[in-house]
Design a protein around this ligand. Structure first.
Ligand SMILES: C[S@@+](CC[C@H](N)C(=O)[O-])C[C@H]1O[C@@H](n2cnc3c(N)ncnc32)[C@H](O)[C@@H]1O
Length: 277
């Protein structure tokens, strides 16, 4: 996979040299190219922003440097053999960045990121490149950062760890929180390692039992418990077919019950005054 990032703070992307992403680069699984947007400015002050049409506070990033930068990045990439680019535009007004989107993006060969500053980029830039490639406007959460570089680091790490051969154990991300499939979008429960006792705290006996079925059941119950506590919306959205008999027993203990009028039928909702954990 090839990644290009155009930014006015190239040094902000230095963490892409370390840990998992850095190793994937060193192994040649990921090619990362960081570009300084100011290389495409021609005035004495290397201006990349201007006042907004219609008035209002803040500044807006100008079309010309972005247009020239993206044209150059695209030309260089194609020349280097890259193909099927997709533009990733970090913005708090984008679609939520989710594990599902990370999985989707990990299947694309070339991602070009446009982290902005100020009040964002003149809309015409996104509209222009949307005629040439898929554009994903993504938000990493319901808060506003000063710039999109941190969002690029977040998206890159989430995507890179899904690339074949990047994680030491290919199974590692199958049980992740939000992993599509078996866990029905539940949060992952607690994890433990050696020693078995630390400062008087022991690990749950079941994890030492060697009984795979019981361990799987315990993990599933803990996932249901944690999801109930922090993300009950995930359980409300779950298709009830994802829950087996034992799940339903646990859900009942946690205060959930099937709603006969829910859509699809039997979707779970939480009784008020449900059992406290
Ligand atoms: C100060 S913000 C612009 C906020 C803009 N006025 C708005 O409310 O949409 C500057 C840049 O930071 C990045 N950014 C800020 N919050 C973000 C978020 N939650 N997710 C992704 N990018 C974000 C985007 O690149 C954005 O253009």
């Amino acid at each position: 996979m090839r990644l290009d990032v155009v930014t006015i703070f190239p040094e902000y992307l230095d963490p892409l040299n370390v840990s998992l992403v850095g190793k994937a680069r060193a192994r040649g699984q990921l090619g990362v190219h960081v570009h300084d947007l100011r290389d495409w400015t021609y005035d004495r002050h290397n201006t990349v922003d201007d006042t907004p049409y219609g008035g209002g506070p803040g500044m807006v990033m100008k079309t010309e440097p972005w247009g020239e930068a993206l044209d150059t990045v695209l030309a260089d990439g194609y020349e280097g053999g890259a193909h099927q680019p997709a533009l990733i535009v970090p913005t708090p007004s984008g679609r939520p960045f989710t594990q599902e989107l990370a999985v989707h993006l990990s299947g694309r060969p070339w991602l070009i990121f446009t982290p902005a500053r100020y009040e964002g980029i003149d809309r015409r830039v996104v509209d222009e490149y949307a005629t040439r490639m898929p554009v994903y406007e993504v938000s990493i959460g319901d808060y506003v950062l000063a710039g999109g570089e941190a969002a690029v680091l977040v998206v890159t790490e989430a995507v890179a760890r899904l690339l074949p051969g990047v994680l030491g154990n290919a199974e590692s991300h199958r049980d992740d929180s939000f992993a599509p499939g078996a866990m029905a979008n539940l949060l992952e429960g607690p994890v433990y390692t050696k020693p078995p006792a630390w400062r008087g705290r022991e690990i749950p006996d079941v994890l030492l039992s060697g009984h795979h079925g019981k361990i799987a059941r315990w993990r599933r119950d803990e996932a249901l418990r944690r999801t109930t506590e922090y993300r009950p919306d995930l359980i409300e959205r779950c298709d009830p077919k994802a829950f087996d008999k034992k799940d339903r027993e646990m859900l009942s203990i946690l205060g959930w019950e099937p709603d006969p009028e829910g859509e699809p039928c039997g979707r779970f909702w939480r009784r008020t005054g449900g059992v406290e954990q």
